[in-house]
Design a protein around this ligand. Structure first.
Ligand code: DAK
Length: 259
């Protein structure tokens, strides 16, 4: 897969794909083209049976400084409506395999929203998160008011969204926005390690479990429990469940095939 503004390595490690934003001069600003490329890459990787986990990163200097302000500056509301960028963002949410964001440097505006749309966030010690749209006369438009609030709670989200202030990696960790902090030079290795733990497991169970966790945001507890139960039953239709339990009983390592 070759793109202009992202680099894709479908096997950066066994069953692990890496998608790296590559628009350094603009601090990885998320232009329409960048978002379309991310959409296309994720679609292809979701369909690739050799890939079990996807890592999304901006490299060590910056994750992404937000949507491309220069591209948006003169747009009308109807331009925004007609461009319908949300369908590209929705693809990220629709990806069935786990996506781990590896964030170093700024993750601002759409960049913070992009990281939050992923399933987990690994942060380097230089990571900075923010929703600064308010400072340029607008507000978050790709989930910032919703996902951030769910992740860190109302008063903290309110302060970030209403003032535009950035938070450090340490604050992000203590607020529950990121999984962990690692030194910048170890970010990719540590993220691959986390991805590797998941990639060893049953891809069927992983997909169903991801879907069930995400469903917690869209349902009441009782609805979520029913959804979870159905996905749990479904794992028993997989060869992977038979293999996993047989391997436990036979005291050997399981060999999951994703069937
Ligand atoms: N867009 C375009 N260019 C950007 C950019 C951005 N978001 N951020 C930085 N750049 C460009 C700068 O213009 C500069 O370009 P040149 O002047 O060299 O041509 C270059 O990157 C380097 O930036 P700086 O010189 O400013 O670098 P500094 O280290 O001094 O400052 C900074 C770094 C990240 C603090 C600063 O660049 C900054 O404040 N950037 C803007 C951050 C921001 O406000 N982000 C939120 C943008 S609004 C939607 C989905 C999502 C969104 C909206 C709609 N739909 C689905 C419809 C999201 C909206 C946003 O994210």
């Amino acid at each position: 897969m070759t793109f202009e503004f992202i680099k894709v390595n479908a096997q950066v490690a066994k069953h692990i794909a890496l998608v790296e934003l590559n628009r350094p001069k603009e601090l990885n600003a998320l232009s329409r083209q960048v978002m379309l490329e991310i959409r296309d890459a994720l679609r292809a990787l979701d369909d690739d049976d050799n890939v079990r986990v996807i890592i999304l990163t901006g490299g060590l200097k910056v994750f992404a400084a937000g949507a491309d302000i220069k591209q948006m500056a003169d747009a009308t509301a109807i331009d925004m409506l007609n461009i319908d960028q949300f369908s590209t963002w929705d693809q990220i949410k629709k990806t069935r395999k786990p996506i781990i964001a590896a964030v170093s440097g700024f993750a601002l505006g759409g960049g913070c929203e992009l990281a939050m749309t992923c399933d987990m966030i690994m942060a380097s010690d230089t990571a900075k998160f923010g929703q600064p749209e308010i400072k340029i006369g607008t507000m978050p438009g790709a989930g910032g008011t919703q996902r951030l609030t769910r992740a860190i709670g109302k008063v903290r989200a309110m302060e970030m969204v209403l003032t535009g202030k950035f938070i450090s990696a340490e604050e992000a960790l203590s607020f529950g926005l990121v999984n962990r902090i690692v030194p910048a030079e170890l970010l990719l290795d540590e993220t691959i390690k986390l991805a590797g733990e998941i990639a060893k497991l049953s891809p069927v169970a992983v997909k169903l479990a991801k879907e069930a966790v995400n469903n917690a945001f869209n349902s009441t507890l009782d609805e979520g429990l029913v959804f979870e139960r159905k996905n749990f039953y479904l794992t028993f239709a997989s060869q992977d469940q038979k293999e996993g339990m047989a391997a436990f009983v036979e005291k050997r390592a399981p060999d999951f095939k994703g069937k």
